[in-house]
Design a protein around this ligand. Sequence first.
Ligand SMILES: *Cc1c(COP(=O)(O)O)cnc(C)c1O
Length: 359
Amino acid sequence: MKNFALGPVEMFPYTLEVASQQVPYFRTPEFSSLMLETDAMFKECLQAPSGTQSIYLTASGTAAMEAVVFNCFNEKDTVLIIDGGLFAHRFVEICAKHGIEHDVVKLNYGEQLRENVLTPFSDKNYTAVITNAHETSTGQLYDLEMISRFCKNHDSLLIVDAISSFMADEYNMHELCIDATILSSQKGLALGPGMSFVFLSERLYTNHVLNIDPPSLYFDFKEYVKNFERGQTPFTPAVRVAYELHDMLSHVLNQGINIRVANTEALAKDFRARIAGIDTISIPEYPLSNASTPLLFSDGNGDDIYQILRNDYGIGLTPCGGDLFGKMIRVGHIGNHTVEENELLDKSLREALAKWKSA
Ligand SMILES: *Cc1c(COP(=O)(O)O)cnc(C)c1O
Protein backbone atom coordinates (compact mmCIF):
# COMPACT_ATOMS: atom_id res chain seq x y z
CA MET A 1 0.00 0.00 0.00
CA LYS A 2 1.38 3.40 -1.03
CA ASN A 3 0.21 5.83 1.61
CA PHE A 4 -0.66 9.43 0.62
CA ALA A 5 -2.36 9.96 3.95
CA LEU A 6 -1.79 12.88 6.29
CA GLY A 7 -0.44 11.03 9.27
CA PRO A 8 0.98 8.57 9.92
CA VAL A 9 2.79 9.14 6.64
CA GLU A 10 5.39 7.24 4.60
CA MET A 11 8.58 7.29 6.63
CA PHE A 12 12.07 7.88 5.23
CA PRO A 13 14.50 4.91 5.10
CA TYR A 14 16.79 6.52 7.69
CA THR A 15 13.86 6.77 10.14
CA LEU A 16 13.00 3.10 9.60
CA GLU A 17 16.61 2.27 10.36
CA VAL A 18 16.45 4.14 13.69
CA ALA A 19 13.06 2.60 14.47
CA SER A 20 14.48 -0.91 14.10
CA GLN A 21 16.95 -0.54 17.00
CA GLN A 22 16.51 -1.65 20.61
CA VAL A 23 14.86 0.92 22.85
CA PRO A 24 17.39 1.90 25.52
CA TYR A 25 16.75 2.79 29.15
CA PHE A 26 16.30 6.55 29.29
CA ARG A 27 17.18 7.89 32.76
CA THR A 28 20.74 8.35 31.59
CA PRO A 29 23.04 11.27 30.75
CA GLU A 30 23.13 10.00 27.14
CA PHE A 31 19.37 10.27 26.70
CA SER A 32 19.35 13.66 28.44
CA SER A 33 21.95 15.01 25.98
CA LEU A 34 20.01 13.56 23.06
CA MET A 35 16.88 15.39 24.20
CA LEU A 36 18.69 18.67 24.81
CA GLU A 37 20.27 18.48 21.35
CA THR A 38 16.85 17.70 19.88
CA ASP A 39 15.43 20.73 21.63
CA ALA A 40 18.08 23.07 20.24
CA MET A 41 17.44 21.74 16.71
CA PHE A 42 13.67 22.00 17.13
CA LYS A 43 13.90 25.61 18.26
CA GLU A 44 16.11 26.43 15.30
CA CYS A 45 13.53 24.94 12.91
CA LEU A 46 10.76 26.95 14.59
CA GLN A 47 12.78 30.18 14.92
CA ALA A 48 11.74 30.09 18.56
CA PRO A 49 13.03 33.07 20.56
CA SER A 50 15.24 32.49 23.59
CA GLY A 51 13.17 31.94 26.71
CA THR A 52 10.85 29.55 24.85
CA GLN A 53 9.82 26.61 27.06
CA SER A 54 9.46 23.15 25.50
CA ILE A 55 7.13 20.37 26.59
CA TYR A 56 7.74 16.84 25.28
CA LEU A 57 4.54 14.84 25.74
CA THR A 58 3.92 11.19 25.08
CA ALA A 59 0.43 11.46 23.63
CA SER A 60 -1.25 12.23 20.33
CA GLY A 61 -1.74 15.78 19.09
CA THR A 62 -5.19 16.20 20.58
CA ALA A 63 -3.79 15.66 24.07
CA ALA A 64 -1.32 18.48 23.45
CA MET A 65 -4.17 20.72 22.25
CA GLU A 66 -6.20 19.96 25.36
CA ALA A 67 -3.20 20.30 27.69
CA VAL A 68 -2.36 23.72 26.22
CA VAL A 69 -5.90 24.92 26.91
CA PHE A 70 -6.02 23.82 30.55
CA ASN A 71 -2.42 24.74 31.40
CA CYS A 72 -2.65 28.23 29.89
CA PHE A 73 -6.21 29.40 30.60
CA ASN A 74 -8.74 29.36 33.42
CA GLU A 75 -12.11 30.88 34.31
CA LYS A 76 -10.64 34.39 34.20
CA ASP A 77 -9.84 34.11 30.49
CA THR A 78 -11.82 34.40 27.28
CA VAL A 79 -10.39 32.99 24.07
CA LEU A 80 -11.31 33.37 20.41
CA ILE A 81 -11.22 30.16 18.37
CA ILE A 82 -10.95 30.17 14.58
CA ASP A 83 -13.17 27.23 13.69
CA GLY A 84 -12.82 26.37 10.02
CA GLY A 85 -13.14 22.61 10.26
CA LEU A 86 -12.93 19.43 12.23
CA PHE A 87 -9.56 19.98 13.91
CA ALA A 88 -10.15 23.55 15.07
CA HIS A 89 -13.61 22.56 16.24
CA ARG A 90 -11.87 20.25 18.69
CA PHE A 91 -10.60 23.39 20.49
CA VAL A 92 -14.24 24.51 20.88
CA GLU A 93 -15.10 21.16 22.47
CA ILE A 94 -12.01 21.28 24.68
CA CYS A 95 -12.80 24.79 25.95
CA ALA A 96 -16.42 23.79 26.62
CA LYS A 97 -15.26 20.72 28.53
CA HIS A 98 -12.87 22.75 30.69
CA GLY A 99 -15.20 25.69 31.25
CA ILE A 100 -13.00 28.17 29.38
CA GLU A 101 -15.09 31.05 28.06
CA HIS A 102 -14.77 31.25 24.29
CA ASP A 103 -16.14 32.89 21.17
CA VAL A 104 -15.96 31.18 17.81
CA VAL A 105 -15.11 32.50 14.35
CA LYS A 106 -17.04 29.97 12.31
CA LEU A 107 -16.02 29.66 8.67
CA ASN A 108 -18.64 28.45 6.21
CA TYR A 109 -17.87 25.64 3.81
CA GLY A 110 -15.34 26.90 1.28
CA GLU A 111 -14.95 30.29 2.98
CA GLN A 112 -11.49 31.86 3.15
CA LEU A 113 -10.29 33.37 6.42
CA ARG A 114 -9.81 37.05 5.56
CA GLU A 115 -9.26 40.04 7.79
CA ASN A 116 -12.91 41.13 7.54
CA VAL A 117 -14.02 37.79 9.01
CA LEU A 118 -12.25 38.82 12.24
CA THR A 119 -13.57 42.41 12.29
CA PRO A 120 -16.80 41.58 14.20
CA PHE A 121 -14.59 40.25 17.01
CA SER A 122 -12.59 43.46 17.38
CA ASP A 123 -14.45 44.96 20.33
CA LYS A 124 -13.76 42.33 22.93
CA ASN A 125 -10.38 41.83 24.57
CA TYR A 126 -9.54 38.17 24.23
CA THR A 127 -6.80 36.60 26.32
CA ALA A 128 -5.80 34.59 23.27
CA VAL A 129 -6.67 33.65 19.72
CA ILE A 130 -6.50 29.91 19.06
CA THR A 131 -6.11 28.70 15.50
CA ASN A 132 -4.53 26.03 13.40
CA ALA A 133 -1.98 26.96 10.77
CA HIS A 134 -3.44 24.46 8.32
CA GLU A 135 -6.96 23.14 8.90
CA THR A 136 -6.21 19.58 7.88
CA SER A 137 -9.85 18.64 7.30
CA THR A 138 -10.29 21.22 4.50
CA GLY A 139 -6.69 21.89 3.40
CA GLN A 140 -6.98 25.65 4.04
CA LEU A 141 -3.75 27.38 5.03
CA TYR A 142 -4.41 30.44 7.17
CA ASP A 143 -2.68 33.78 6.87
CA LEU A 144 -0.84 33.68 10.18
CA GLU A 145 0.64 37.12 9.54
CA MET A 146 -2.86 38.59 9.42
CA ILE A 147 -3.93 36.69 12.56
CA SER A 148 -0.74 37.77 14.31
CA ARG A 149 -1.49 41.41 13.45
CA PHE A 150 -4.99 41.03 14.91
CA CYS A 151 -3.46 39.63 18.10
CA LYS A 152 -0.95 42.45 18.36
CA ASN A 153 -3.65 45.10 17.85
CA HIS A 154 -5.85 43.53 20.51
CA ASP A 155 -3.14 42.55 22.96
CA SER A 156 -4.06 38.86 22.68
CA LEU A 157 -1.80 35.85 22.88
CA LEU A 158 -1.53 33.65 19.79
CA ILE A 159 -1.88 29.87 20.09
CA VAL A 160 -1.17 27.87 16.92
CA ASP A 161 -1.80 24.21 16.22
CA ALA A 162 0.78 23.73 13.46
CA ILE A 163 0.56 19.95 13.60
CA SER A 164 -0.05 19.37 9.90
CA SER A 165 1.75 22.46 8.60
CA PHE A 166 5.16 22.27 10.24
CA MET A 167 7.79 21.10 7.71
CA ALA A 168 5.33 21.63 4.84
CA ASP A 169 4.86 25.41 5.08
CA GLU A 170 7.09 28.20 6.35
CA TYR A 171 6.74 28.82 10.06
CA ASN A 172 8.47 31.39 12.25
CA MET A 173 7.52 31.76 15.92
CA HIS A 174 9.65 34.85 16.39
CA GLU A 175 8.41 36.83 13.40
CA LEU A 176 4.77 35.96 13.96
CA CYS A 177 4.97 36.49 17.75
CA ILE A 178 3.47 33.06 18.39
CA ASP A 179 2.97 32.23 22.07
CA ALA A 180 2.29 28.53 21.74
CA THR A 181 3.09 26.08 18.96
CA ILE A 182 1.57 22.61 19.05
CA LEU A 183 3.18 19.81 17.02
CA SER A 184 2.92 16.05 16.74
CA SER A 185 5.31 13.33 15.56
CA GLN A 186 3.26 11.61 12.87
CA LYS A 187 2.57 14.44 10.37
CA GLY A 188 5.21 16.55 8.59
CA LEU A 189 7.95 15.20 10.83
CA ALA A 190 7.15 11.77 9.31
CA LEU A 191 7.86 9.81 12.49
CA GLY A 192 5.84 7.14 14.22
CA PRO A 193 2.90 8.40 16.26
CA GLY A 194 3.36 8.76 20.01
CA MET A 195 4.87 12.14 20.82
CA SER A 196 3.53 15.67 20.75
CA PHE A 197 5.40 18.88 21.37
CA VAL A 198 4.45 22.25 22.78
CA PHE A 199 6.61 25.40 22.61
CA LEU A 200 5.56 28.24 24.88
CA SER A 201 6.66 31.87 24.81
CA GLU A 202 8.25 33.27 27.92
CA ARG A 203 5.31 35.60 28.58
CA LEU A 204 2.72 32.85 28.24
CA TYR A 205 4.69 30.55 30.51
CA THR A 206 5.43 33.16 33.17
CA ASN A 207 2.11 35.01 33.21
CA HIS A 208 -0.24 32.09 32.75
CA VAL A 209 1.18 28.57 33.10
CA LEU A 210 3.05 29.35 36.33
CA ASN A 211 -0.16 30.71 37.91
CA ILE A 212 -2.48 27.86 36.95
CA ASP A 213 -2.99 24.58 38.76
CA PRO A 214 -4.17 22.31 35.92
CA PRO A 215 -6.81 19.59 36.49
CA SER A 216 -4.32 16.87 35.53
CA LEU A 217 -1.29 15.19 37.01
CA TYR A 218 0.10 13.70 33.80
CA PHE A 219 -0.26 16.88 31.78
CA ASP A 220 1.04 19.47 34.26
CA PHE A 221 3.37 21.58 32.07
CA LYS A 222 5.33 22.90 35.05
CA GLU A 223 6.59 19.38 35.77
CA TYR A 224 7.71 18.95 32.16
CA VAL A 225 9.58 22.24 32.20
CA LYS A 226 11.25 21.46 35.53
CA ASN A 227 12.39 18.00 34.34
CA PHE A 228 13.55 19.29 31.00
CA GLU A 229 16.15 21.51 32.62
CA ARG A 230 18.17 18.28 32.67
CA GLY A 231 16.77 16.89 29.39
CA GLN A 232 14.27 14.56 31.01
CA THR A 233 10.50 14.09 31.10
CA PRO A 234 8.46 13.39 34.26
CA PHE A 235 7.18 10.04 32.90
CA THR A 236 8.44 7.45 30.41
CA PRO A 237 8.46 9.07 26.97
CA ALA A 238 7.99 7.25 23.67
CA VAL A 239 11.76 6.67 23.63
CA ARG A 240 11.81 5.18 20.14
CA VAL A 241 10.06 8.23 18.71
CA ALA A 242 12.50 10.48 20.58
CA TYR A 243 15.38 8.77 18.75
CA GLU A 244 13.55 9.08 15.41
CA LEU A 245 13.02 12.77 16.16
CA HIS A 246 16.67 13.51 16.92
CA ASP A 247 17.69 11.76 13.72
CA MET A 248 15.02 13.53 11.65
CA LEU A 249 15.89 17.01 12.88
CA SER A 250 19.58 16.34 12.17
CA HIS A 251 18.71 15.35 8.59
CA VAL A 252 16.41 18.33 8.09
CA LEU A 253 18.92 20.85 9.45
CA ASN A 254 21.72 19.31 7.42
CA GLN A 255 19.90 20.41 4.27
CA GLY A 256 18.21 23.42 5.86
CA ILE A 257 14.55 23.41 6.84
CA ASN A 258 13.76 25.70 3.89
CA ILE A 259 14.84 22.87 1.56
CA ARG A 260 12.48 20.43 3.25
CA VAL A 261 9.62 22.92 2.91
CA ALA A 262 10.57 23.63 -0.71
CA ASN A 263 10.58 19.90 -1.53
CA THR A 264 7.08 19.49 -0.13
CA GLU A 265 5.93 22.59 -2.01
CA ALA A 266 7.40 21.23 -5.26
CA LEU A 267 5.57 17.92 -4.79
CA ALA A 268 2.27 19.70 -4.09
CA LYS A 269 2.66 22.00 -7.12
CA ASP A 270 3.64 19.12 -9.40
CA PHE A 271 0.61 17.09 -8.36
CA ARG A 272 -1.80 20.02 -8.71
CA ALA A 273 -0.50 20.76 -12.21
CA ARG A 274 -0.93 17.12 -13.27
CA ILE A 275 -4.57 16.86 -12.25
CA ALA A 276 -5.58 20.32 -13.53
CA GLY A 277 -6.99 18.81 -16.71
CA ILE A 278 -9.39 16.34 -15.09
CA ASP A 279 -12.81 17.90 -15.61
CA THR A 280 -14.72 16.22 -12.79
CA ILE A 281 -12.11 17.09 -10.18
CA SER A 282 -11.32 20.55 -8.87
CA ILE A 283 -9.31 22.09 -6.07
CA PRO A 284 -10.73 24.58 -3.49
CA GLU A 285 -10.12 28.28 -4.13
CA TYR A 286 -8.87 29.21 -0.66
CA PRO A 287 -5.10 29.13 0.02
CA LEU A 288 -3.75 25.61 0.45
CA SER A 289 -1.03 24.15 2.62
CA ASN A 290 1.75 22.30 0.84
CA ALA A 291 0.92 19.37 3.11
CA SER A 292 -2.07 18.21 1.11
CA THR A 293 -4.24 18.67 -1.95
CA PRO A 294 -7.99 18.38 -1.33
CA LEU A 295 -9.75 16.99 -4.39
CA LEU A 296 -13.39 18.01 -4.97
CA PHE A 297 -15.45 15.50 -6.96
CA SER A 298 -18.26 17.18 -8.92
CA ASP A 299 -19.91 13.77 -9.51
CA GLY A 300 -19.97 13.08 -5.75
CA ASN A 301 -18.01 9.89 -6.40
CA GLY A 302 -15.07 10.65 -4.10
CA ASP A 303 -15.65 7.66 -1.88
CA ASP A 304 -16.01 5.25 -4.81
CA ILE A 305 -12.74 6.53 -6.27
CA TYR A 306 -11.10 6.28 -2.87
CA GLN A 307 -12.21 2.61 -2.66
CA ILE A 308 -11.07 1.77 -6.22
CA LEU A 309 -7.62 3.29 -5.60
CA ARG A 310 -7.33 1.40 -2.36
CA ASN A 311 -8.55 -1.99 -3.58
CA ASP A 312 -7.32 -2.09 -7.19
CA TYR A 313 -4.17 0.06 -7.03
CA GLY A 314 -2.91 -0.25 -3.47
CA ILE A 315 -2.98 3.53 -3.07
CA GLY A 316 -4.19 5.05 0.20
CA LEU A 317 -5.62 8.58 0.21
CA THR A 318 -7.46 10.35 3.04
CA PRO A 319 -11.26 10.38 2.83
CA CYS A 320 -13.42 13.07 4.47
CA GLY A 321 -16.29 12.45 6.83
CA GLY A 322 -19.44 14.42 7.62
CA ASP A 323 -20.73 16.89 5.04
CA LEU A 324 -17.72 16.35 2.83
CA PHE A 325 -18.20 12.58 2.51
CA GLY A 326 -18.00 11.62 -1.17
CA LYS A 327 -17.32 15.23 -2.16
CA MET A 328 -13.71 15.55 -1.06
CA ILE A 329 -10.72 13.29 -0.63
CA ARG A 330 -7.27 14.51 0.31
CA VAL A 331 -3.85 13.66 -1.08
CA GLY A 332 -0.99 14.05 1.39
CA HIS A 333 2.38 15.36 0.22
CA ILE A 334 4.16 15.05 3.56
CA GLY A 335 6.51 12.16 4.27
CA ASN A 336 8.67 10.27 1.83
CA HIS A 337 7.23 10.99 -1.65
CA THR A 338 8.58 11.58 -5.14
CA VAL A 339 7.46 13.12 -8.43
CA GLU A 340 7.38 9.59 -9.92
CA GLU A 341 4.75 8.67 -7.34
CA ASN A 342 2.71 11.73 -8.31
CA GLU A 343 2.84 10.52 -11.90
CA LEU A 344 1.58 7.09 -10.85
CA LEU A 345 -1.14 8.57 -8.66
CA ASP A 346 -2.36 10.85 -11.45
CA LYS A 347 -2.47 7.93 -13.90
CA SER A 348 -4.26 5.67 -11.40
CA LEU A 349 -6.73 8.42 -10.54
CA ARG A 350 -7.66 8.87 -14.21
CA GLU A 351 -8.05 5.10 -14.66
CA ALA A 352 -10.21 4.87 -11.53
CA LEU A 353 -12.48 7.66 -12.85
CA ALA A 354 -12.83 5.83 -16.18
CA LYS A 355 -13.62 2.56 -14.38
CA TRP A 356 -16.28 4.32 -12.30
CA LYS A 357 -17.85 5.83 -15.41
CA SER A 358 -18.04 2.53 -17.26
CA ALA A 359 -19.32 0.55 -14.25
C1 LIG B 1 -3.58 15.40 13.10
C2 LIG B 1 -3.97 16.69 13.68
C3 LIG B 1 -4.19 16.83 15.06
C4 LIG B 1 -4.00 15.75 16.08
O1 LIG B 1 -4.60 14.56 15.89
P1 LIG B 1 -4.18 13.31 16.79
O2 LIG B 1 -4.90 12.20 16.12
O3 LIG B 1 -4.69 13.56 18.17
O4 LIG B 1 -2.69 13.20 16.76
C5 LIG B 1 -4.51 18.09 15.53
N1 LIG B 1 -4.60 19.14 14.73
C6 LIG B 1 -4.38 19.06 13.42
C7 LIG B 1 -4.47 20.30 12.59
C8 LIG B 1 -4.06 17.83 12.85
O5 LIG B 1 -3.84 17.75 11.53
